[in-house]
Design a protein around this ligand. Structure first.
Ligand code: UDP
Length: 238
Protein backbone atom coordinates (compact mmCIF):
# COMPACT_ATOMS: atom_id res chain seq x y z
CA UNK A 1 0.00 0.00 0.00
CA UNK A 2 1.24 3.52 -0.84
CA UNK A 3 1.70 6.29 1.74
CA UNK A 4 -1.49 7.94 0.42
CA UNK A 5 -3.50 4.80 1.23
CA UNK A 6 -3.60 3.62 -2.39
CA UNK A 7 -4.68 -0.03 -2.33
CA UNK A 8 -5.13 -0.70 -6.02
CA UNK A 9 -4.91 1.07 -9.35
CA UNK A 10 -6.82 -0.27 -12.34
CA UNK A 11 -7.40 1.08 -15.84
CA UNK A 12 -10.37 3.26 -14.92
CA UNK A 13 -10.17 3.73 -11.14
CA UNK A 14 -7.94 3.98 -8.08
CA UNK A 15 -8.96 2.51 -4.74
CA UNK A 16 -7.87 4.12 -1.46
CA UNK A 17 -8.17 3.16 2.19
CA UNK A 18 -10.05 5.51 4.54
CA UNK A 19 -9.96 5.86 8.35
CA UNK A 20 -12.87 3.43 8.44
CA UNK A 21 -11.56 -0.09 7.71
CA UNK A 22 -14.90 -1.08 6.13
CA UNK A 23 -15.02 1.91 3.76
CA UNK A 24 -12.92 2.60 0.66
CA UNK A 25 -12.60 5.69 -1.52
CA UNK A 26 -12.86 5.21 -5.28
CA UNK A 27 -11.25 7.78 -7.54
CA UNK A 28 -12.28 7.60 -11.19
CA UNK A 29 -9.58 8.26 -13.81
CA UNK A 30 -9.59 10.11 -17.14
CA UNK A 31 -8.40 6.96 -18.88
CA UNK A 32 -10.27 5.15 -21.66
CA UNK A 33 -9.23 1.65 -22.69
CA UNK A 34 -10.68 -0.97 -25.02
CA UNK A 35 -9.78 -4.33 -26.51
CA UNK A 36 -7.84 -5.49 -23.42
CA UNK A 37 -5.79 -2.31 -23.29
CA UNK A 38 -4.78 -2.35 -26.98
CA UNK A 39 -6.57 0.98 -27.40
CA UNK A 40 -5.83 3.51 -24.66
CA UNK A 41 -6.36 7.27 -24.36
CA UNK A 42 -6.45 10.03 -21.79
CA UNK A 43 -9.94 11.54 -22.06
CA UNK A 44 -10.39 14.74 -20.05
CA UNK A 45 -13.72 14.73 -18.21
CA UNK A 46 -14.34 10.97 -18.30
CA UNK A 47 -13.62 10.53 -14.58
CA UNK A 48 -16.29 13.05 -13.60
CA UNK A 49 -18.87 11.60 -15.99
CA UNK A 50 -18.42 7.99 -14.92
CA UNK A 51 -18.26 8.93 -11.24
CA UNK A 52 -21.55 10.84 -11.56
CA UNK A 53 -23.25 8.21 -13.69
CA UNK A 54 -22.11 5.31 -11.54
CA UNK A 55 -23.29 7.14 -8.40
CA UNK A 56 -26.64 7.86 -10.09
CA UNK A 57 -27.21 4.23 -11.11
CA UNK A 58 -26.06 2.82 -7.75
CA UNK A 59 -28.29 5.29 -5.88
CA UNK A 60 -31.27 4.10 -7.95
CA UNK A 61 -30.43 0.50 -7.04
CA UNK A 62 -30.02 1.31 -3.34
CA UNK A 63 -33.38 3.10 -3.43
CA UNK A 64 -34.94 0.00 -5.04
CA UNK A 65 -33.61 -2.10 -2.13
CA UNK A 66 -30.92 -3.83 -4.18
CA UNK A 67 -27.66 -4.29 -2.22
CA UNK A 68 -24.68 -2.38 -3.65
CA UNK A 69 -21.30 -1.27 -2.32
CA UNK A 70 -22.14 2.39 -2.99
CA UNK A 71 -22.31 4.78 -0.02
CA UNK A 72 -22.03 8.33 -1.42
CA UNK A 73 -20.38 10.53 -4.02
CA UNK A 74 -17.94 12.84 -2.25
CA UNK A 75 -16.48 14.91 -5.09
CA UNK A 76 -16.70 15.23 -8.86
CA UNK A 77 -14.39 12.26 -9.34
CA UNK A 78 -14.69 10.36 -6.03
CA UNK A 79 -17.17 8.16 -4.17
CA UNK A 80 -17.15 6.15 -0.96
CA UNK A 81 -17.98 2.45 -1.12
CA UNK A 82 -18.21 -0.49 1.26
CA UNK A 83 -15.05 -2.57 1.32
CA UNK A 84 -15.73 -5.93 -0.32
CA UNK A 85 -13.88 -9.04 -1.39
CA UNK A 86 -14.62 -9.12 -5.12
CA UNK A 87 -15.58 -12.51 -6.55
CA UNK A 88 -13.53 -13.31 -9.68
CA UNK A 89 -16.51 -13.28 -12.05
CA UNK A 90 -17.94 -10.75 -14.48
CA UNK A 91 -21.68 -11.23 -14.73
CA UNK A 92 -23.16 -10.00 -18.02
CA UNK A 93 -26.89 -9.58 -18.58
CA UNK A 94 -28.21 -9.13 -22.12
CA UNK A 95 -31.55 -7.95 -23.51
CA UNK A 96 -30.57 -7.31 -27.14
CA UNK A 97 -27.92 -9.08 -29.25
CA UNK A 98 -24.64 -7.14 -29.52
CA UNK A 99 -20.89 -7.55 -29.04
CA UNK A 100 -19.58 -10.98 -28.14
CA UNK A 101 -23.07 -12.58 -28.23
CA UNK A 102 -23.31 -11.61 -31.89
CA UNK A 103 -19.77 -12.92 -32.51
CA UNK A 104 -20.43 -16.17 -30.61
CA UNK A 105 -23.81 -17.01 -32.16
CA UNK A 106 -23.81 -15.25 -35.54
CA UNK A 107 -27.19 -13.73 -34.69
CA UNK A 108 -27.52 -10.21 -36.09
CA UNK A 109 -26.94 -7.25 -33.78
CA UNK A 110 -30.19 -5.75 -32.59
CA UNK A 111 -32.32 -8.89 -32.20
CA UNK A 112 -34.41 -8.46 -29.05
CA UNK A 113 -34.18 -11.47 -26.73
CA UNK A 114 -37.42 -12.99 -25.51
CA UNK A 115 -35.87 -13.30 -22.06
CA UNK A 116 -32.62 -11.92 -20.66
CA UNK A 117 -29.46 -14.00 -20.96
CA UNK A 118 -27.02 -14.14 -18.02
CA UNK A 119 -23.37 -14.99 -18.70
CA UNK A 120 -20.40 -15.47 -16.41
CA UNK A 121 -16.81 -14.65 -17.35
CA UNK A 122 -13.83 -15.71 -15.26
CA UNK A 123 -11.72 -12.68 -14.26
CA UNK A 124 -8.31 -14.00 -15.27
CA UNK A 125 -6.09 -11.89 -17.53
CA UNK A 126 -3.81 -14.78 -18.50
CA UNK A 127 -6.78 -16.86 -19.63
CA UNK A 128 -8.38 -13.87 -21.38
CA UNK A 129 -11.51 -13.78 -19.15
CA UNK A 130 -13.17 -16.92 -20.60
CA UNK A 131 -16.91 -17.60 -20.57
CA UNK A 132 -17.75 -20.16 -17.85
CA UNK A 133 -20.87 -22.16 -17.20
CA UNK A 134 -22.16 -22.98 -13.71
CA UNK A 135 -20.30 -26.30 -13.56
CA UNK A 136 -17.03 -24.57 -14.50
CA UNK A 137 -17.63 -21.98 -11.78
CA UNK A 138 -18.00 -24.77 -9.23
CA UNK A 139 -14.82 -26.38 -10.58
CA UNK A 140 -12.64 -23.25 -10.26
CA UNK A 141 -14.42 -22.24 -7.02
CA UNK A 142 -15.05 -18.69 -8.26
CA UNK A 143 -18.31 -18.70 -6.26
CA UNK A 144 -20.28 -21.19 -4.21
CA UNK A 145 -23.56 -22.51 -5.65
CA UNK A 146 -25.65 -20.36 -3.25
CA UNK A 147 -23.57 -17.27 -4.12
CA UNK A 148 -24.04 -17.98 -7.82
CA UNK A 149 -27.81 -18.36 -7.39
CA UNK A 150 -27.95 -15.06 -5.51
CA UNK A 151 -25.76 -13.30 -8.11
CA UNK A 152 -28.03 -14.43 -10.91
CA UNK A 153 -31.13 -13.21 -9.06
CA UNK A 154 -29.52 -9.88 -8.22
CA UNK A 155 -28.27 -9.46 -11.78
CA UNK A 156 -31.79 -10.00 -13.16
CA UNK A 157 -33.30 -7.64 -10.57
CA UNK A 158 -30.66 -5.05 -11.48
CA UNK A 159 -31.61 -5.51 -15.12
CA UNK A 160 -35.23 -4.72 -14.31
CA UNK A 161 -34.34 -1.65 -12.22
CA UNK A 162 -31.85 -0.24 -14.73
CA UNK A 163 -34.03 -1.01 -17.75
CA UNK A 164 -36.90 0.93 -16.17
CA UNK A 165 -34.62 3.82 -15.19
CA UNK A 166 -33.08 4.27 -18.64
CA UNK A 167 -36.34 3.58 -20.50
CA UNK A 168 -37.75 6.70 -18.86
CA UNK A 169 -34.89 8.61 -20.56
CA UNK A 170 -35.67 7.12 -24.00
CA UNK A 171 -32.81 4.63 -23.81
CA UNK A 172 -32.57 0.88 -24.34
CA UNK A 173 -30.39 -1.16 -21.99
CA UNK A 174 -28.81 -3.58 -24.47
CA UNK A 175 -26.46 -5.34 -22.07
CA UNK A 176 -24.26 -4.66 -19.05
CA UNK A 177 -21.59 -6.18 -16.83
CA UNK A 178 -21.69 -6.44 -13.05
CA UNK A 179 -19.14 -7.45 -10.47
CA UNK A 180 -20.08 -8.73 -7.03
CA UNK A 181 -18.31 -8.53 -3.70
CA UNK A 182 -18.74 -9.82 -0.16
CA UNK A 183 -18.76 -7.22 2.63
CA UNK A 184 -17.14 -7.74 6.03
CA UNK A 185 -20.55 -9.01 7.21
CA UNK A 186 -20.69 -11.56 4.39
CA UNK A 187 -23.39 -9.71 2.44
CA UNK A 188 -23.27 -10.18 -1.34
CA UNK A 189 -23.46 -6.75 -3.02
CA UNK A 190 -23.08 -5.29 -6.50
CA UNK A 191 -19.62 -3.67 -6.63
CA UNK A 192 -17.27 -1.98 -9.09
CA UNK A 193 -19.07 0.49 -11.38
CA UNK A 194 -22.18 0.92 -13.51
CA UNK A 195 -21.51 3.38 -16.32
CA UNK A 196 -21.44 3.68 -20.12
CA UNK A 197 -18.07 1.88 -19.83
CA UNK A 198 -19.85 -1.24 -18.55
CA UNK A 199 -23.32 -0.95 -20.13
CA UNK A 200 -24.55 -0.67 -23.71
CA UNK A 201 -27.19 2.03 -24.14
CA UNK A 202 -28.98 2.72 -27.44
CA UNK A 203 -31.36 5.53 -28.25
CA UNK A 204 -34.81 3.94 -28.21
CA UNK A 205 -35.90 5.65 -31.46
CA UNK A 206 -32.76 5.80 -33.61
CA UNK A 207 -30.82 2.93 -31.97
CA UNK A 208 -27.76 5.23 -31.94
CA UNK A 209 -25.02 3.76 -29.74
CA UNK A 210 -24.51 5.91 -26.63
CA UNK A 211 -21.82 4.05 -24.67
CA UNK A 212 -18.20 2.89 -24.83
CA UNK A 213 -18.80 1.44 -28.31
CA UNK A 214 -18.42 5.04 -29.60
CA UNK A 215 -14.84 4.91 -28.28
CA UNK A 216 -14.21 1.25 -29.20
CA UNK A 217 -15.24 1.78 -32.81
CA UNK A 218 -14.46 5.51 -33.21
CA UNK A 219 -18.11 6.49 -33.72
CA UNK A 220 -17.92 9.83 -31.91
CA UNK A 221 -16.61 11.78 -28.92
CA UNK A 222 -16.76 9.71 -25.73
CA UNK A 223 -17.36 12.69 -23.45
CA UNK A 224 -20.17 14.12 -25.64
CA UNK A 225 -21.88 10.74 -25.55
CA UNK A 226 -21.50 10.16 -21.80
CA UNK A 227 -22.57 13.78 -21.16
CA UNK A 228 -25.73 13.07 -23.17
CA UNK A 229 -26.49 10.00 -21.04
CA UNK A 230 -25.97 12.01 -17.85
CA UNK A 231 -28.19 14.80 -19.10
CA UNK A 232 -30.93 12.41 -20.23
CA UNK A 233 -30.76 10.62 -16.86
CA UNK A 234 -31.32 13.96 -15.13
CA UNK A 235 -27.81 14.26 -13.70
CA UNK A 236 -25.85 17.49 -13.39
CA UNK A 237 -23.66 18.49 -16.31
CA UNK A 238 -21.61 21.14 -14.50
N1 UDP B 1 -18.11 -5.48 -20.47
C1 UDP B 1 -17.38 -4.83 -19.51
N2 UDP B 1 -16.11 -5.25 -19.24
C2 UDP B 1 -15.54 -6.30 -19.89
C3 UDP B 1 -16.29 -6.97 -20.88
C4 UDP B 1 -17.58 -6.53 -21.16
O1 UDP B 1 -17.86 -3.89 -18.88
O2 UDP B 1 -14.38 -6.64 -19.58
C5 UDP B 1 -19.49 -5.03 -20.78
C6 UDP B 1 -19.61 -4.39 -22.14
O3 UDP B 1 -19.43 -3.00 -22.08
C7 UDP B 1 -21.02 -4.74 -22.55
C8 UDP B 1 -21.27 -6.09 -21.86
O4 UDP B 1 -20.32 -6.17 -20.81
O5 UDP B 1 -21.94 -3.80 -22.03
C9 UDP B 1 -21.14 -7.27 -22.78
O6 UDP B 1 -19.90 -7.22 -23.45
P1 UDP B 1 -19.55 -8.27 -24.58
O7 UDP B 1 -19.45 -9.63 -23.96
O8 UDP B 1 -20.52 -8.12 -25.70
O9 UDP B 1 -18.09 -7.94 -25.04
P2 UDP B 1 -17.50 -6.84 -26.05
O10 UDP B 1 -18.30 -6.83 -27.30
O11 UDP B 1 -17.59 -5.56 -25.30
O12 UDP B 1 -16.11 -7.33 -26.26
Amino acid sequence: MGADGLLYEGKAKKLFQTENPNVLRVEYKDEATAFNGEKMDEVAGKARLNNELSALFFAKMNAAGLPTHFIERTSSTEQLVKKTRILPLEVVVRNIVAGSLQRRTGIAEGRELTQPIVEYYYKDDELGDPLLNEDHIRLVEAATPPELKQMRELALQTNEALTAAVRAAGLLLVDFKLEFGLTEDGELVVSDEISPDTCRFWDEQTREKLDKDVYRYGLGELTDTYEQILERMGGSVS
